[in-house]
Design a protein around this ligand. Structure first.
Ligand SMILES: [Zn+2]
Length: 233
């Protein structure tokens, strides 16, 4: 275990002792890790502002089994435009929280890293409507982390016709017979549109159009599923 240098995004920070900071970050090479930055909260610290949430940073650290020790840290990208936009920064923070809760420690997740990095870049560019980008990112991340919801047919009997109900505990949609009045109603068209969004490149997330009502319903369904995964049944 020696001194190594890594790049990653800040997912969570916690004050520790007099002036230290414990930082959870998502690195390109080692997945999610925790580091302690000694005296980072002291006035005039050279680490001041480096570990703000969502920043992309480069850190030199001593690798330890539980809590790495920061030697040096510098800011690579702070996403200033995104952080001035409340909707965009909320979407990014929610996605960061999802990663913090679902990623295991010290497990490299290269595809997830690339997707999260692209998501923040696209939010910073501001070309794709935020809600649509957030929804597409959440669906793609869930799939990469082994929780892809089934949306193209009933999870239990496979039927593709009739109205559906999204049942988080079933891991996707159920037909009206299998759902037995459980779950959130969702039209077949909306379920298929979400299925399509989850399989397209993220940069094309804005191509499929949703009405405001469909977007509200879709966010409710996906947020409910994420809550179920994070909190358990
Ligand atoms: Zn069924």
């Amino acid at each position: 275990m020696g001194l190594v240098c890594g790049t990653g995004f800040i997912l969570r920070t916690r004050d520790f002792a007099e002036s230290d900071l414990i930082v959870t970050w998502f690195t390109d090479r080692w997945g999610k890790r925790r580091v302690i930055a000694k005296q980072a909260r002291r006035l005039g610290s050279r680490l001041g502002g480096v570990f703000d949430l969502l920043n992309q940073v480069e850190v030199v650290f001593y690798e330890k089994p539980q809590l790495d020790l920061v030697s040096k840290g510098s800011l690579l990208a702070g996403f200033p435009r995104m952080k001035r936009d409340l909707t965009a920064v909320t979407a990014a923070l929610n996605t960061g929280r999802l990663l913090d809760r679902l990623l295991p420690l010290h497990h490299r997740e290269e595809r997830v890293y690339i997707l999260f990095s692209l998501f923040l870049d696209l939010l910073e560019e501001g070309q794709i409507p935020t809600e649509q980008l957030h929804l597409a990112t959440a669906l793609k991340l869930l799939a990469m982390l082994g929780h892809r919801p089934r949306l193209d047919g009933c999870t239990r009997c496979g039927t593709q016709s009739g109205g559906f109900f999204f049942v988080p505990a079933a891991g996707g949609v159920l037909c009206s017979t299998c759902s037995r009045s459980r779950g959130a109603p969702i039209t077949r068209g909306l379920a298929l549109a979400l299925h399509a969004v989850s399989s397209r490149p993220l940069a094309r997330a804005g191509v499929i159009r949703f009405s405001p009502e469909e977007m509200e319903r879709a966010c409710k369904v996906v947020d409910g599923y994420i809550d179920h995964l994070i909190r358990g049944p």
